[in-house]
Design a protein around this ligand. Structure first.
Ligand code: NAP
Length: 241
């Protein structure tokens, strides 16, 4: 059996680490990325477009020239109050869009081009999974316009890719987690008061990274082709659409 080759961004911690750890090494060869490139991860800082391109090439080199599945998970969630100076506000806006959306788009483009050149290598076909957010549909708080916009863009991009390449069995999915227990959410839960926030989640708790990872794994390996273009919510029914 040919192993499925997978690149996971933002794999040093949180959801990305759980996704990387979810794969069985008997059937999958997965490689992860982080900004510092610790312990076997590839190093790439997505504030630089050149580093994103270099990451793709390094991932290909490490995976013997074939990537079957791209999982865009890396992202930041940094407050950007409108009371910031215009220069600060714009700098923060651009940084979030660059890391959360533009870098993902670059990797999607490189992946589709690679899929076109290489055909299908693994058994599961060629797939892109984008980790977006509940904020894509619901919007976010007053300090996070940029975050919601980046995730809304990611969802729209995923649908476009799904529609454009379905006839070639290039599949695209997005996952929209609500609060998930990672470093990203902990800071926010502390600053906003955890109890009040939990009252908005009918399930009564935030998601665990392993729950989001199980959805990503399903999309990467098992989801049927007819599901392409699906945007999967995982938010404890805190935003039902
Ligand atoms: P996290 O624990 O903060 O981890 C973020 C990951 O992104 C890390 O691996 C980090 O690498 C990487 N990263 C950060 N800045 C980067 C940069 N400049 N260039 C390249 N990589 C960078 O995040 P998480 O909570 O697991 O979230 C993962 C994804 O899920 C994100 O896209 C996030 O928007 C989305 N999401 C999260 C939640 C939530 O509540 N946690 C909810 C909805 C959606 P380093 O370790 O090297 O910094």
């Amino acid at each position: 059996m040919t192993k499925t080759h997978i690149l996971v961004t933002g794999a040093s911690r949180g959801i990305g680490k759980a996704i990387l750890n979810s794969f069985d090494s008997d059937t999958v060869r997965a490689i992860g990325q982080s900004t510092s490139g610790e312990t076997g991860l590839l190093k790439s800082d997505f504030t630089s477009a050149d580093e994103v391109t270099r990451l793709w090439q390094e991932a290909l080199d490490r995976l013997d020239g074939r990537i079957d599945v791209l999982i865009n998970n890396a992202g930041i969630f940094i407050p950007n109050p409108i009371t910031n100076s215009e220069a600060e506000w714009l700098e923060s806006w651009n940084r979030t869009l660059q890391i959360n959306l533009t870098a993902s788009a670059q990797l999607c483009r490189l992946a589709v081009q690679h899929f076109h050149e290489n055909g299908s290598g693994g058994d599961g076909g060629r797939r892109i999974i984008n980790i977006a957010s509940r904020a894509a549909y619901r919007g976010d708080g007053p300090d996070h316009w940029h975050y919601a916009a980046s995730k809304g863009g990611m969802v729209a991009m995923t649908k476009s890719i799904a529609r454009a390449y379905a006839s070639e069995e290039i599949l695209a999915f997005a996952i929209c987690p609500g609060f998930t227990m990672t470093g990203m959410a902990e800071d926010y839960l502390e600053s906003r008061g955890g109890e009040k926030l939990l009252q908005d989640i009918p399930l009564g708790r935030v998601a665990q990274p392993e729950e989001i990872a199980s959805i990503a794994k399903y999309c990467a390996l098992d989801a049927p082709a007819s599901m392409t273009g699906a945007i999967l919510d995982a938010n404890g029914a805190s935003f039902v659409r």
